[in-house]
Structures are given as C-alpha cells and as structure tokens.
Design a binder for this molecule. Structure first.
Ligand code: BGC
Length: 392
C-alpha cells in the first residue's frame, strides 16, 4: 500500500551539538561511557561541516540541531565568541542556500560547566544566564531558524540527571529536585518564548519525550500508570504555553513491576516475545495514542522532533521508518495536525552515557577514522522525503 503525506508536510533529521562536536567545557566532557569510549571526540563534526551539510541537504528541508553554549560563551553573560559564531553562521548559510532551515534547540542536555557549578537547572537564579544565551542566539542565528525548541526533552533530562543518575550531575532518587528542574526549565521557556516572539516569526515549542508504558500485573500497572503520568503529564505542564508540541518517541517500556529494557533485562524481554532494538522494546503502534492524546488535550499542532531506532542493521531501520510513518499517516487521517517528521539521527553520534556504539544514524560513522558512509536506510529515507510518501 502506498501512503502519501499532505502538501506542505516537512521532513528532516536531527543531531545535538554535544553528541557530534568535540566536547567543549561542559559536564559531559571526559565522562566514561558504558561502551568504554570517553566523551570527548564524538564525530569531529566541527571539522567536517561542509561534508555533513551535504548529507543533511539530502534529508529534507529542516535540520534540527543545537550549538555548544560552552564554546560560544566561556563565561557567564560574556559576549559570544566571534570565531565560534562565524563557524556556525557559515554552516547555517550553507544549509540555507541548499534549502534547509533549522529547528534550533536551545538546550539539548548540555550547558557550560560554569552554569552547572552554580547549580544548573536546580537553581532558579541561573535562569537569567540562559536568557542571555537565548538573546545572543537570536541576534546571530535567527535568520536561519524555521522553528525554535527551547528545551529538548526536559523529562528525559530530569529523569536521567536526578532520578536514575545516568546524566551529569548523576543524582539518584531526587524526585523533588527533578520536579524543581522541570519547573525552572518551564519558567525559562515561558520567558524565552516571549523574547523570541519579539524578534522572530518562527513558532516556539519544546520537544517532549514520549513512550509506551505498559504494566503487567497489579503492581506493574500501578508503576506504569505513575511513570506515564509523571513523564507525559506532570513533565509537560510547565511547557504548555507553546506554539506547537514537539514529541519524540522511541520506546516501549513494560513494567513488571520494574521497567524492562535491553541493557538490564534482555532475557526477560525475549522470554516475553517482546521485539526490541539494542535499547528498548519496540512498539510503533504506541505512538498513535500519544499523538491523539496530545492533539486532543492541547489543541496545538505537533511535530515529530525525534524518532529512530538503536541498531547496526540498516534493514531493521528501514522497517522501523515504514512502521512509524504508517502510524503518523493514520494519526493525520484521524485529524491530528502533524506538521512534519524529523528522524533521529542524521549520522551515528555519541549516545550520551552509553557511547557511540549505540547507533542511530542514517549515515554510518567509522569511529576510528570518523569517515561517513551513506547506509541503505539513508537512501531509503532520502527517497521518502523526495516523494513525500512511501510503500508500506
Ligand atoms: C535524545 C537524543 C538521543 C536519542 C536516542 C533522545 O532522548 O534527545 O539526544 O540520542 O534520544 O537515545
């Protein structure tokens, strides 16, 4: 069956500065990842911008990315470093000339060490530092931006940094702090949104991570219901003043009653015949109810800001793109105002605390030489983008 997307539907891919550039002075720098790699040289993107731009141009009209705040602003309230601004502007110019505009993410899991040293997002007094960063981003990068994402996945950030201990500052079980971080990010988002609105016509939203949580047994169902509420309702609340909802979706997480994932419970997932990628349970149908729920609850347009699969196998990635796009098309048929789809990720990159061998790229990166090579999944996605549709 052939599915076609509405006229004006947009396509794109995404990366994040910390995951693709050599680490600046931010809290991830030097961290030892689970696969043994050190978080420092990620993908040498800053040395390969021209080549990477050519890849990005093959995948749609929107490129979702961020900039390294710590390189732009080595000290609080300092004027952006001119050289670094120039580096980004040249790159964004090249994309713009090729017909690609940005979805500009202001915070994607990384901020300067000086910001972290002052308490990071747990400290409300830090909000003005972020707003100064936003002001200068507007000044230099606004002409290249089609959409703004103030925050990438505040729920994933707060959960990993303050509940699970996976992200710096590595705190565990600090539920109060996690909520405080969400609320501070929400305050920053609200002010940033007004500031952006004064200088830019581009719509402003966040990207919230969504997932399918399902419990087995009474205990599992109760835990799943709580996590579902915290992750997709409580965490969304501080950001409801937005022009669109950016939603990302990757995972099906069964609760039995503890969450089952591939790194900790592969055997259990397999025993239960739950399909999975290299990280999580796989259930593309789970995205449908999420889209309908957000559309109904908030009445705002939606963009898929991230969606992808952790695998080394391009054929598996192609199947996932097919499955997910089918779900997206069905949601549109049901009246969801879905504006576009952004795939994660353009090329393999440094998967945070896990390391670069957890691959998501349409383009494969050889982490020894940093060479890029197009994969069959990349060619497949390029064709989907060109035809605004596909066979499913
Ligand atoms: C994040 C990305 C990450 C991806 C895959 C999202 O939660 O925004 O930075 O690489 O998921 O785990």
């Amino acid at each position: 069956m052939r599915i076609v997307f509405p006229d004006g539907f947009f396509w794109g891919t995404s990366t994040a500065a910390a995951q693709v550039e050599t680490a600046g002075d931010h809290p991830w720098c030097g961290l030892k990842a689970r696969d043994g790699h050190e978080f420092r040289h990620t993908t040498d993107h800053e040395k390969r911008r021209s080549e990477d731009a050519d890849l990005i141009l093959r995948f749609g009209t929107v490129y979702r990315c961020s900039v390294d705040w710590s390189r732009l602003q080595p000290e609080p309230m300092a004027r952006f470093d001119k050289k670094v601004v120039g580096e980004y502007v040249n790159f964004f110019e090249k994309l713009q000339k090729g017909g690609v505009k940005l979805m500009f993410v202001l915070h994607h899991f990384a901020h300067p060490n000086w910001f972290e040293a002052r308490g990071g997002w747990t400290n409300e007094d830090n909000i003005p530092f972020f707003l100064d960063f936003v002001r200068q981003c507007l000044k230099h990068f606004e002409p290249y931006v089609r959409y703004w994402n103030t925050f990438n996945e505040p729920n994933v950030y707060a959960m990993n940094a303050f509940l699970l201990g996976n992200f710096p500052p590595g705190k565990k079980h600090r539920y109060g702090l996690a909520n405080r971080v969400l609320d501070n990010m929400g305050r920053a988002h609200e002010i940033a949104r007004v500031m952006i609105g004064e200088k830019s016509d581009a719509p402003v939203g966040i990207s919230l991570n969504t997932a399918h949580f399902e419990g087995t047994g009474l205990a599992g169902s109760l835990v799943a219901a709580f996590v579902r509420w915290w992750f997709m309702t409580r965490a969304a609340r501080p950001f409801r003043k937005c022009d669109f909802w950016g939603l990302s979706y990757y995972a099906f997480v069964p609760f039995a009653p503890f969450p089952l994932d591939v790194l900790n419970n592969r055997a259990e997932l397999e025993k239960r015949h739950i399909p999975h990628d290299n990280l999580w349970g796989y259930k593309p149908e789970g995205l449908g109810p999420v889209l309908r729920r957000f559309a109904k609850k908030y009445g705002k347009p939606i963009v898929i800001t991230e969606n992808g699969l952790c695998t080394d196998d391009p054929q598996q990635r192609i199947r996932a793109i097919r499955d997910y796009l089918k779900v997206c098309r069905e949601a549109i048929d049901d009246g969801v105002n879905l504006l576009g789809y952004i795939h994660w990720s353009t090329w393999d990159n440094f998967e945070w605390h896990l390391g670069p061998t957890f691959r998501f790229g349409l383009v494969r990166v050889d982490f020894r030489t940093m060479e890029r090579s197009m994969t069959p999944a990349g060619l497949f996605y390029e064709k989907v983008v060109r035809e605004n549709g596909l066979e499913v």
